[in-house]
Design a protein around this ligand. Structure first.
Ligand SMILES: Cc1ncc(COP(=O)(O)O)c(C=O)c1O
Length: 356
């Protein structure tokens, strides 16, 4: 069966060489005589995979000394629930409300302390990254670097003047170069740019460990997880192994900087077309446009539905926008080849010509 161009927001496309390697290793990994799925997480053969995966993430992300890297479970939702438990420490926290998940994160934090909404674009349908004012005495500042549903992206890293910056990078991790030293915490669910769902990456500056509230469940304690090297309980061994293959693939592509160039090119192809189209219109403010999730509409819900259906018939699948916003969304993560975006633009042109 032919593979399609899958524009899903997550779980989403994985690089073909990664899937091929998984397929090759599935029954018997190297000379171990077993699948990675069947290995004990305490075995030397699995620890070799785990340690290489951590080292490769450090390399591709440029993670400096003094940061702990973890691969945990529960997705980004578990992480934004754990952040206030681990960092609020009886104080207050600034949250920039730039999208649905940013909002979910701040609602979760309200359970544990004072949340200051430092800026919000909620009233405007989250179509841009809001201006914000930060509190000098906050315990941390939380941002979402890419808003998956609304198709917006921070075009800068906020200056927090020493207050730890916490970033949900679920939908743009490893798609562009970030200076990790500017962040206190970075977390990202794996199911967009890294691996199948069920793994979440946590990168944390070591001095931020050990401040959790006493009620923190031990599987949500960053310190306890760090001390146990992500293995306080059984991790998602197979998902972590696939993440490791993706990191090797990223290295083979020339690293994150090389992927970033291609990602800029892919996004530009789509946005340039949207800007000249008389049928389709981008929904995010131009300055804040995401390179990973391109959101657009025709302005007519029936036409949108017809477009999504006709595109799927051509092997361009999962273009329907999120149920909250409707319209269309093309998620073009690292694994989406430029040919997929070219095929989409060609199809959109054709659809427009037929639907004047
Ligand atoms: C930016 C962002 N944060 C958080 C989440 C929630 O992630 P999870 O389903 O891994 O909990 C998502 C899911 O799409 C997301 O895009």
């Amino acid at each position: 069966m032919d593979r399609v161009y899958n524009f899903a927001p997550g779980p989403s496309m994985l690089p073909l060489p990664v899937l091929e390697k998984v397929q090759k290793d599935l029954l018997c990994y190297g000379s171990t005589g077993m699948s990675v799925m069947e290995m004990s997480h305490r075995s030397r053969m699995y620890l070799d995979i785990f340690e290489k995966t951590v080292a490769d993430l450090r390399e591709v992300m440029g993670i400096p000394e003094g940061y702990k890297v973890m691969f945990l479970q529960g997705g980004a939702t578990a992480m934004f629930s754990a952040v206030p438990l681990n960092l609020m420490d009886g104080g207050k926290a600034d949250y920039v409300d730039s999208g649905n998940f940013a909002h979910n994160a701040l609602v979760e934090a309200q359970k544990y302390g004072e949340v200051v909404v430092a800026g919000s674009s909620r009233e405007d349908g989250y179509s841009y990254i809001p201006d914000y004012t930060l509190s000098p005495d906050a315990k941390y500042v939380h941002i979402t670097t890419n808003n998956t549903i609304y198709g917006t992206r921070w075009d800068h890293i906020p200056e927090t003047n020493g207050v730890p910056l916490v970033a949900d990078m679920s939908s743009n991790i490893l798609s562009e170069v970030y200076d990790v030293s500017k962040f206190g915490v970075i977390y990202a669910g794996a199911q967009k740019n890294v691996a199948p769902a069920g793994v979440v990456i946590l990168v944390i500056r070591e001095d931020l460990l050990g401040h959790e509230l006493p009620i923190t469940p031990k599987v949500m304690s960053f310190k306890k997880m760090a001390d146990a090297d992500s293995m306080l309980n059984t991790p998602n061994c197979f998902g972590i192994y696939v993440a490791g293959l993706t990191f090797q693939w990223i290295k083979a592509q020339g690293g994150v900087a090389a992927l970033e160039k291609v990602n800029i090119e892919k996004a530009k192809l789509l946005y340039d077309f949207l800007d000249e189209s008389r049928l389709f219109k981008g929904t995010a403010r131009a300055k804040d446009r995401s390179r990973m999730n391109v959101t657009f509409v025709t302005g007519d819900a029936e036409k949108d539905a017809a477009f999504v259906k006709a595109a799927a018939a051509q092997g361009l699948v999962n273009l329907k926008g999120h149920r909250i916003v409707g319209g269309m969304r093309a998620s073009i993560y690292n694994a989406m080849p430029i040919e997929g975006v070219q095929a989409l633009v060609a199809f959109m042109k054709d659809f427009e010509a037929r639907n004047k």
